[in-house]
Ligand binder design. Sequence first.
Ligand SMILES: Cc1cc2nc3c(=O)[nH]c(=O)nc-3n(C[C@H](O)[C@H](O)[C@H](O)COP(=O)(O)OP(=O)(O)OC[C@H]3O[C@@H](n4cnc5c(N)ncnc54)[C@H](O)[C@@H]3O)c2cc1C
Length: 382
Amino acid sequence: MDFDLSEDLVMVRDAAREFAAKEVAPGAAARDLSAEFPMAQFAAAAALGFTGVVVPESLGGAGLTNQALAVILIEINRACASTGVTLSVHNSLVCAPIVKWGSEDLKRRCLPDLAAGRKLGAYSLSEAGCGSDAAALQCAARDEGDHFVVEGTKLWVTNASHADVFVVFVRTAKLEKKHQGITALLVDRDTPGFRVSRKEDKMGIRASSTCELVFDGARVPKANVLGEIGRGFPIAMDTLDGGRIGIAAQAVGIAQASLDAAVRYAKERRQFGRPIADFQAIQFKIADMKARIEAASLMVMRAAWLKDLGRPHAAEAAQAKLLASRTGNFAAREAVQIHGGAGYLEDFPVERYMRDARITEIYEGTTEVQRLVIARHVLDAK
Ligand SMILES: Cc1cc2nc3c(=O)[nH]c(=O)nc-3n(C[C@H](O)[C@H](O)[C@H](O)COP(=O)(O)OP(=O)(O)OC[C@H]3O[C@@H](n4cnc5c(N)ncnc54)[C@H](O)[C@@H]3O)c2cc1C
């Protein structure tokens, strides 16, 4: 057993840390205020291979591991959670399923542009009546020979404002079991009859875009099916298992940023004639934050390691997301408390961390859904 990052992972982490400090952190607060999508940061990330981390080199990617992706996402989210989720969705929810489930033709058509950051990806499962109950989706696709014709509306699609390629889950057959008859389609932004509609105004990750998609007779070639027709639901779930490691990494990044800010402030701020870091009440908060961040990081890396080995990781990814997202929220809240009144102002980053942390307990499966997944694995274990 070895808890150290390998030499390669240390190099990746250091490159991501430097990139995050130079290219992502500056302007993160301003982008949060203006809700400006981090397109420039996405483009800059491409130069380091961060837009195609797990895409094989033969298809233009960096050919790295899921552990490398986790390390990169922790560092980038430490600087800006909006940029972090943009890259997490692009890598884990779009590039990864195309690598795993795409036909050779689809991989060759899509992956080089996605991996090089010339195109941005989005993942669309949720609808008005389908969130936690993902298999209840209604958006329908009619079979017309070599095409599907898609009708319906999808909601809450991260990256949609700027995305070029959308992984979309649609119903291609109404069968007795609702998780059957779902198909994963790759939809190009310029498909006639398809448009990106309303953009949501959010509490946190405000620079990330979250939009509605409208399909009005959109013709999508069958050559764009991921995996098999009617077998899309397992692809949606398998993809989310990987995505949850990314969101857990996001939460660790936010938690670490919260701790960094809290330590900085606690050493500077003086009350009763001494730095507040001298007070045990403050030290205990810092100790609890640190211990929980360490635990969450280890869980993130273990889930990524299992995925790299091709071993089952659904329960471990759910555990990592459950623990890390709670840690992100805990650490951000404690960081605000350590800042006192200053923590409530926009002058300090911790109020942004607290707003950003909130979403990690909601998207890619709520905290309650993670507990359902974990409990099912425990109770079903032989
Ligand atoms: C900013 C943002 C970005 C998003 N990005 C994407 C994206 O890119 N692609 C995409 O497809 N979706 C995306 N989503 C949707 C997101 O994944 C869903 O919001 C999430 O899965 C929860 O679904 P819901 O909002 O419908 O809540 P609901 O499912 O209605 O849940 C409401 C509450 O009930 C609880 N609950 C539901 N069922 C159970 C149960 N069986 N047992 C116990 N408690 C339960 C939930 O935990 C929650 O607390 C995004 C959402 C947001 C807010």
